[in-house]
Write a protein that binds this ligand. Sequence first.
Ligand SMILES: [Zn+2]
Ligand SMILES: [Zn+2]
Length: 340
Amino acid sequence: MDYLAEGIALGVDSLILAACIKQYYKHKNAMSMIQGAPFLEINKDLKEIVRTHPESKLSYVSIRGTVKPLGNPIVSNNNPNVTGVVQLLRIKEHVIQRSTTGFWADSERTIQEVHNFMPFALQSGGMQVEIIDPLAADVLDMDVISDEFKPTVPSVMDHIWGFFAGVRQRGVQSTEKMLRKGAMITGIGEIVHTSDGNLRLQPPSNGAPFYLTNMQVTSLVKKIDGSKRNYRLLCIFFGGLGVVIVGLLVRKYWKYKLKLIEDAKRKEKIEESRRLRRRQMRDNNLPESQLCVVCKSNPIEIILLPCGHVCLCEDCQADINDNCPVCRAPIDKKSVAFIT
Ligand SMILES: [Zn+2]
Ligand SMILES: [Zn+2]
């Protein structure tokens, strides 16, 4: 009985379903946490509000302000007019790869990825909140400064090599992203009043996500809600698929069980008709000494060893395996006896 295909399908389905459920709850929790985070204006009262809280911190708040570098800003590699506080430089190679199925498919791999960053502050109305490690953010929105794709021009040798190696290069994509100086962003995280008298936004110690996004809180919540809904749909889909696969498995097992029962019935029928046929062919006027000691109707047909008693018919011998019914000697072996 082969349940391998269904088993594998069910396993894969369960893994995907588990991942979707995890993502769904992650988004759901993030949403409720963001909605529960108070929005604080960056103004002269903020320092006092934070300082007077226990441990001089508020565990999850959202603030909004413009990005101000704390020091000399980073200058873009591709556009000297653009400066910022976080820079991402990424080089990706696009290739066409022959898969194990023999088809050629597009794929890409990151060759190099560099992040440069510096501490900065979110500023509003002359007051500011420092952000020391922006790369610790779970979500960090940046502007694309440059995104260039350089196609490879392959030589004849490259074509030949590519055919045998199963990989052909399509080109190289270079991307530069930056969190620009002067950008208006929302920061959601833990705000603390530091010992040197400044305010700082940092990753929350309760594990809630740390956001640095150009979206307003309401749009961010809407976006997370959208993703949450998509994951819910995926959960429903893969959950339903799981139910279908389990249904198929049950049906297959049920069919197998029914077949076993039917086989047993058919076998029993054949056996019964064989017995009947045998009985009809027998001599009905046998003396009692020639009849089976158990059923007293069939002729003796089986010899028991080592005692040598010929006292059972073929039908009854199946139920007697331990001792000879005549002398109680243990039965080692049974054999067909030919009585002429
Ligand atoms: Zn018998
Ligand atoms: Zn015996």
